[in-house]
Ligand binder design. Structure first.
Ligand code: UDH
Length: 288
């Protein structure tokens, strides 16, 4: 480990140097680790995790604080696999990151967009993070040059997924993993809350980004490469028959429906600071 302490000769105090934008110990593309792992095995393995799922570099001072928000219901094995991959990946990248799992309670139809909005608002009560990475539970980054940081433009991280032969699914695909600085998520008014069930809330999000004259950026497909853990469609997340109709009014709805209206749709039922993550369980009422 290279030392990055410098001494201030006036105060005689040591300060940590700022982390390199691109750390030297990155390893590039490698296979994901899909072995079955339990929560307690993860807790035992990653003793560096601090309460609430906080991980930070010990040898340098990172430039940003990052919140990873994971919309969730009934996918514990995927969550454990994701963390088993992300923790070493983000350690190599010197990221100051906190994991937040936003669990939708009960059997109401899953609403991924609303969960991200809820996550954003609840996370803000802990800390105003610089960078928000919105991350599906089942997709695993394979190349640590895919730096989990925010830049001046919203980033689509999950460019090349195995499910689509490691090619971009379609030009305006903005799903899987995206990252925005706090001010951008506020500016676009977050996600729409109206996509109840599977599909198109991610397209709506990109319409919101572009409608505010923000430009989405991507790394190249070899860098931004992911595996999606194979799974069947979940119970309670049927394809939303309204999704294409909703998309037509995306730009029109942007300022009147989204992050600024989600509070009337949810209640926090439980919040736990665990070793691996902050776990927030919410009930959603999906009535428009
Ligand atoms: N999610 C859950 N639980 C659910 C539904 C969704 O945790 O019950 C979250 C999870 O983070 C997931 C994300 O929402 O990664 C997106 O949902 P998805 O994985 O169902 O969406 P995706 O487009 O897959 O990845 C669609 C299922 C297609 C199955 C086709 C089988 N051949």
């Amino acid at each position: 480990v290279t030392s990055s302490l410098t001494m201030n000769t006036t105060t005689m105090e040591y300060t940590l140097e700022t982390c390199l934008e691109k750390p030297k110990h990155l390893i590039g593309l490698r296979l994901g680790n899909y072995s079955h792992v339990t929560k307690s095995e993860l807790v035992d393995e990653y003793i560096e995790m601090e309460p609430g799922g906080h991980l930070r570099p010990q040898n340098c001072k990172p430039g940003q604080t990052v919140a990873i928000i994971i919309p969730y219901r009934n996918r514990s094995s995927h969550l454990h696999i994701l963390l088993h991959n992300l923790i070493p990946f983000l350690t190599r990248q010197n990221v100051d990151v906190t994991f937040f799992v936003i669990e939708q309670a009960g059997n109401s139809t899953f609403n991924r967009g609303a969960l991200f909005n809820v996550g954003f608002l609840e996370v803000e009560k802990f800390h105003r993070f610089d960078c928000y990475i919105l991350h599906d539970v089942d997709i695993i980054p394979l190349n640590d040059h895919n730096l989990y940081r925010c830049s001046e433009n919203p980033r689509h991280f999950a460019v090349a997924i195995n499910k689509h032969n490691y090619k971009l699914h379609y030009e305006s695909y903005f799903g899987g993993v995206v990252g925005l600085i706090r001010e951008q998520y506020l500016q676009i008014n977050g996600h729409s809350n109206l996509y109840i069930g599977w599909g198109t809330e991610d397209d709506d999000l990109l319409i919101r980004v572009r409608n505010k004259n923000l430009t989405m950026v991507r790394y190249d497909p070899l860098t931004a490469r992911y595996d999606m853990i194979q799974h069947d469609r979940d119970v309670g997340n049927a394809e939303n028959p309204m999704r294409l109709t909703l998309r037509k009014s995306a730009a029109r709805r942007q300022d009147v429906e989204g992050l600024n209206t989600v509070t009337k749709h949810y209640q926090v039922l439980d919040m736990k600071l665990e070793t691996l993550y902050t776990w927030i369980t919410v009930s959603l009422n999906n009535s428009g």
